[in-house]
Design a protein around this ligand. Structure first.
Ligand SMILES: [Fe+2]
Length: 282
């Protein structure tokens, strides 16, 4: 019963968000139509063998310590700026910001393989770009997606949401494509399109760092500055509400000063007291 109430409340919140999201995404859809690269115009881009050996060394260090305020993050920012940020801006607009970084390690025969992300879904944020940076992979654990759905409007999907109630949908879709990540590869895709992780045939592990980007106005209007509402209905759990960070760590002013030079870094997302600091959602 509790799960069903939560399901209903999520749909209500997503519906309220969808009015804001679709309004803001109007500009993004126009950008998308002007993108020259055919794959990116269809909502994804695969970068084969784009990482260097040196990239792999510092990225593996970062994966181990997971400290956002570190020299490894600055190197990662440099690499992202050089290789991807131009494309991200051409898609989401000049005001694209990095809002979270996550670490993903999937191993065969372990119960860390999530059925939830293995089921078809979208990320309920409208146009939202993820970069997958593959530190280790053998092509047997692809992200599967439907190209060319990125210019559709976003609406909460009652069928996709059933995954929270245990109804997992892994059915093959006509026209689906697979991003088969190997070590040294990267991929960008727009999480507005239906996608899922295909973990069924994994034989060896896959290790990725995942970066998320949105147009900053969307972050502001989905909880960071304003609480989403429609008429007198309020969103009870906005995606970008301010909450106390899990990873409060000692400040390093030198690193913060270097981070501020990157266009995709937003210093308003820093939460700090006298000694400690965190970047929201990271
Ligand atoms: Fe997803």
């Amino acid at each position: 019963m509790k799960k069903i109430l939560l399901y209903a409340s999520n749909i209500k919140n997503e519906l309220i968000n969808s009015f804001i999201i679709n309004k803001l995404d109007e500009r993004t859809k126009k950008n998308i139509l002007n993108i020259e690269d055919k794959d990116l115009r269809n909502g994804y881009k695969f970068y084969k063998n784009v990482l260097s050996k040196d990239d792999l060394t510092y990225l593996n260090e970062y994966f181990t310590h997971k400290n956002f305020f570190s020299h490894e993050t600055i190197k990662l920012f440099d690499m992202v700026e050089k290789n991807f940020f131009g494309q991200i801006q051409s898609y989401l607009g000049k005001n694209s910001k990095l809002y979270s970084i996550s670490f993903d390690e999937i191993e065969p025969n372990k119960n860390n393989i999530s059925d939830i992300s293995g089921s078809w879904h979208n990320d309920n944020l409208g146009n939202n770009l993820k970069i997958y940076i593959c530190l280790e992979g053998y092509g047997d654990c692809p992200t599967v997606l439907m190209p060319n759905k990125n210019t559709n409007n976003y609406y909460p999907n009652i069928f996709f949401n059933l995954r929270s109630l245990g109804k997992i949908n892994k059915k093959l879709k006509k026209g689906q494509i697979e991003l088969k990540l190997n070590t040294f590869d990267c991929a960008i895709f727009d999480t507005i399109v239906p996608h899922r992780g295909k973990y069924d045939e994994i034989k060896k592990k896959r290790k990725c760092i995942i970066l998320n980007f949105l147009n900053v106005e969307k972050i502001e209007k989905l909880g960071f500055l304003e609480n989403p509402k429609f008429l007198f209905f309020k969103n009870s759990k906005p995606p970008f509400r301010k909450k106390l960070p899990k990873n409060f760590i000692k400040k390093n002013n030198d690193i913060i000063a270097q981070m501020k030079k990157f266009e995709f870094f937003d210093e308003r997302f820093l939460i700090e007291d006298k000694e400690n600091i965190s970047y929201l959602w990271s």
